[in-house]
Design a protein around this ligand. Sequence first.
Ligand code: TPP
Ligand code: MG
Length: 540
Amino acid sequence: MKIGEYLIQAVQDAGAGHVFGIQGDYVLKFYEMLYNSPLKLINTTDEASAGFAADAYSRIKGFGAVCVTYGVGGLNLVNSIAEAYAELSPVLVISGAPGVMERMEGASLHHKVHDFDFQLKIFSEITIAHAVINDAGTASDEINRVIYAVKKHKKPGYIELPRDMVLVEAEAPHKTFYDDDMRDDKALDECLKEALYMTGKAQRPVIAAGVEIHRYGLEKEVLALIEKSGFPFFSGVLGKSVISEKHPQFIGVYSGGMSSDYVREIISKADCFLLLGPMITDFSTGMFTSDIEVSRSITVNEGMVSISRHTYRNIGMKEFIKRLTAEWERPKPVLDIQWREPFREFIPATGEKISVKRLFECIDGFIGDDDIVVAEAGDAMFGSLDLCIHGSTEYISPAFYASLGFAVPASVGVQMASPGRCAIVLTGDGGFQFNAMMLSVSVKYGLNPIVIVLNNNGYGLFRPLADGGFNDIPDWNYAEIPKVIGSGLGFKVATEIDLVLALDKARKNTSSPTIIDVRIDRNDISDTTKRLLDRLKKRV
Ligand SMILES: Cc1ncc(C[n+]2csc(CCOP(=O)(O)OP(=O)(O)O)c2C)c(N)n1
Ligand SMILES: [Mg+2]
């Protein structure tokens, strides 16, 4: 096999069916090979968008890939891959590069910044494993090593493929990569005993289903524990929808002082927290205003379990959860929780101008079983935390790294990874303007995202903190975008009834994007964001 062919086969074997990106002369030979392979090549409008699309794709499929040219392409991808790294998304970056035989000292080749390895050095900071494929003898081992690390650690990897190596015959692999994690069975026994004792005597226990549960594919195991225990459960901001939010034991998303009164009340009274796969960040704790006390917590992450202030190491998260469930004996608790009200139908008030609060109530009623919600950083993301997501992992947002420009490109990745399902994109006007051109890629591939633009004339999130012309953005006519990109529906809505009518038409549009420009007041923000801003104001 040629090295290029070996790489393509390895990407397929790892679970990807698509590769996102843009070519250039340093990667053209490989692109031709990719194009003629079973992998589907999705050309994006720019590399940052390719990275976001591949990130969302990876969150759904468990592995994704992006392929770019050297320098101009690679550097355009840095922010997206940094987000994937920060939020545990297994994306493989493949970058073309000057040939091994071209790498003469001091050679000034286009797209090169200084030394030939400048791009490798940058990506080594934001990937878990990296390799330059410059030796046919080790090429297959190096490709396998990087892909193995990506899948194991749920973080991006980097493979640089010099253009003169693509057609070189690869030697067969010499090494096998297998799971060699140290496991301490005695620590697991001891830790389980302590966890069973602590949960056994709790009067008001709660479980959290965190983001690692999704990334390590443990949804079924966690659901079994939730149902056997009868404990109520919540999720964190990044782990939203790891388990279906229609589950009767679900109480909501908890993020400290940012959360709704309902969730906060339950958490503030809880006396035992079983935190499964959480990622603890400023947003997930509502700027560190969480009521989750370490002394009452069992925190389970891949490789270790902490109970109160001591930690057991070398414990697999899956083994821990499975054994905890198997050895669980305590009867289900009798709880005096006032369970969430079932979902209420949205009835539009005639002529009433739409507010952010009502917008989210309307979207809550609109989301269906086959939809995947993609939220952009900004009020779109914070306001959507209380939406009820029906299935498992049907809500995707950059709820930690929080880069703008994610949602529209991510919807392309989502729809490629889950054919036939609708992507509902919730974005602010500012975030939308970053990568709105990616809707033309949706048109090219016949995708039908429904893009709801929360149009508050600028960077609304910042206005209460510091306001000035820097928060105003150009006022686009978003509803006219379909004319530019050649297909799609566009609506400009200001009232509740118009919004409902537009959503109805969007639902029936199965072949092209729908853009709904929702005109909201400049200073209107969601309750979640109001609570977040109160916290931030105390800091600024
Ligand atoms: C790439 C990037 N640049 C800058 C920021 C800082 N930032 C966070 S929110 C925001 C404003 C977003 O505006 P919009 O999308 O309209 O949402 P709104 O604040 O109005 O809800 C900015 C600039 C960021 N998160 N990501
Ligand atoms: Mg805005």
